[in-house]
Design a protein around this ligand. Structure first.
Ligand code: SAM
Length: 249
């Protein structure tokens, strides 16, 4: 059945069989794996994930696509189709050690990653496609233009890695930009205790909210200048490790 893609739901479907295979190979799935697929769409990835894994939760908000998915995956009873908004899904109710896979709507990348990281104890790995510019922010190193509070947030909780580029022509309809396929490994142990973690992100958010100001100016309400080892630096000059050391000191 022909279904017109819904722009408001970020429906850009994967249509290139080579890239679909490349994604599946990159995830290195095995029969022990439980997968949470976000935005299963018409099931292009789901139909290749299903025969390789123990359990699949396929989340899709669009009820008409859920019908297509049910039909397409009817031979796989271990695939559970969840017709829901991923941002409202409580991952506590799912199995643990999840591998998350998603060709996700781009405008939801930040809320989806934030939502997933709330349940990081349930997840081992996240494989997602994101817009190239957004990948640059997640992977950014200190001192670069793309480096910011979100880079620190992601790199604090995870180890992100760029696996390969997905050209825009691999999708239908063709989006305006190319994507990157990322492997995001969840860090098992917290770097800081939770009270210090809260302070760390307060400081990072505050520092980057006034990017052009020196730290002594942007942080004056939280940390007195004399306690800052480098008061005249700007936030992009401090690595995540520097921010962590600052909190520890
Ligand atoms: N996985 C399919 C593929 O690769 O061809 C579809 C990918 S498409 C970029 C994103 C999918 O996410 C769409 O099917 C869309 O309906 C679904 N979606 C959008 N918002 C969602 C949400 N909040 N929760 C779950 N699924 C959502």
């Amino acid at each position: 059945m022909y279904l017109k893609p819904k722009k408001r739901l970020g429906q850009n479907f994967l249509i290139d069989p080579n890239i679909i295979k490349k994604i599946i190979v990159a995830t290195g799935l095995s029969f022990d794996d439980t997968v949470l697929e976000i935005g299963a769409g018409r099931g292009e990835l789901t139909q290749l994930i299903a025969p390789r894994t123990k359990k699949v939760y396929a989340v899709e908000i669009d009820s008409s696509l859920c019908n297509t998915l049910r039909q397409r995956l009817k031979d796989y009873p271990h695939v559970e189709i969840i017709p829901q908004d991923i941002l409202k899904l409580d991952l506590e109710n799912l199995d643990s050690e999840l591998k998350v896979i998603g060709n996700i709507p781009y405008y939801l990348t930040t809320p989806i990653l934030r939502h997933l990281l709330k349940f990081r104890h349930k997840i081992s790995l996240i494989y997602i496609s994101v817009q190239k510019e957004f990948a640059a922010r997640i992977l950014a190193k200190v001192g670069t233009k793309a480096y910011g509070a979100f880079s620190c947030f992601m790199q604090y909780y995870t180890k992100p890695e760029n696996l390969f580029i997905i050209k825009r022509t691999c999708f239908w309809p063709v989006p305006k930009v190319d994507s990157c396929f990322l492997k995001i490994k969840i860090r098992k142990k917290p770097i800081l205790p939770s009270d210090k973690e809260k302070l760390l992100f307060r400081v990072i958010r505050q520092a980057f909210s006034q990017r052009r100001k020196t730290l002594k100016n942007s942080l004056k309400k939280i940390i007195p200048a004399e306690k800052l080892p480098h008061p005249n630096l700007r936030p992009e000059d401090l690595s995540l490790r520097d921010f962590i050391n600052l909190i520890n000191s």
